[in-house]
Design a protein. Structure first.
Length: 250
């Protein structure tokens, strides 16, 4: 039975991924910092309260996985926050550091400890959640963009290092995904630009070839594919799930 770990898996994209993997019969373990969301996990999905950007927390988590599962087949490094929305001249260093800690440090720690479990088995799959913001710049989102570009660079390096050990690594780059997080992003961007939230949302949708925002299920579907044998020769790739974004400044 496939053993899957998803960081930040108790809500949003992470939860939809967890439910999708569980639906295939996989054993699924998620982490999150939201205790209420963890308490509401569907039956059959195991949850641990842990900060993905804390090395002590990750060490404890992976030690527990090694003890209880004996290994790990799929790692979804999904933890992330939207970070501040501000012009670069107004960007606070503390907010910058916090955004990079969760989005980039969290991905590195997951890969570091995941590799230690996967290498002895000679196989495994790592899936990093980046963003289309990791493929180009996004105004007023400097720390988030920097972190998501960093995630792609991390993924490519991990794919090179771990490929000889039978471990694949790829990144999913969602566009604007329907849900509470994009609602908060849109509200903040609307305030920064002096626009209405509806106008910003419509701009996001009209900037894609398919003229709509992405659903979490679209992202989960790609994760299932990347973790499957059908993707056994796909590694080191950053794959967009965004309806083909071509206007990055709505």
């Amino acid at each position: 039975m496939t053993r899957v770990l998803i960081t930040a898996g108790a809500s949003g994209i992470g939860l939809v991924m967890a439910e999708a993997f569980a639906g295939t019969g996989a054993r699924v373990w998620v982490t999150d910092v939201d205790a209420a969301a963890l308490a509401a996990l569907p039956p059959g999905i195991r949850g641990t309260h842990a900060d993905a950007s804390s090395e002590p927390a990750m060490e404890l988590l992976f030690a527990e996985i090694a003890r209880d599962w004996g290994g790990l087949d799929v790692l979804c490094a999904n933890a992330g926050i939207k970070g501040p929305t501000a012009a670069i001249e107004d960007m606070g260093l503390e907010a910058w550091h916090q955004c990079l800690a969760v989005n980039l440090d969290g991905a590195m720690l997951a890969a570091k400890h995941g590799a230690r479990l996967m290498k002895p088995a000679g196989r495994g799959c790592m899936i990093f959640t980046s963003s289309t913001s990791g493929l180009y710049g996004t105004p007023f989102r400097a720390p988030y963009v920097a972190a998501k570009w960093g995630v792609i660079g991390l993924m490519k390096t991990v794919a090179m290092e771990l490929g000889p050990h039978g471990i694949r690594a790829n990144a999913i780059c969602p566009g604007s995904v329907n849900g509470p997080r994009i609602d908060r992003v849109i509200e903040a961007e609307a305030a920064a630009k002096g626009m209405t939230p509806d106008a910003v949302r419509q701009g996001y949708a009209s900037g894609t070839a398919l003229k709509r925002l992405t659903d979490p299920e679209d992202v989960a579907g790609l994760a299932l594919f990347l973790a499957s044998d059908a993707a056994r020769m796909i590694s080191g790739q950053a794959l967009a799930v965004d309806g083909m974004t071509y206007n990055v400044d709505p």
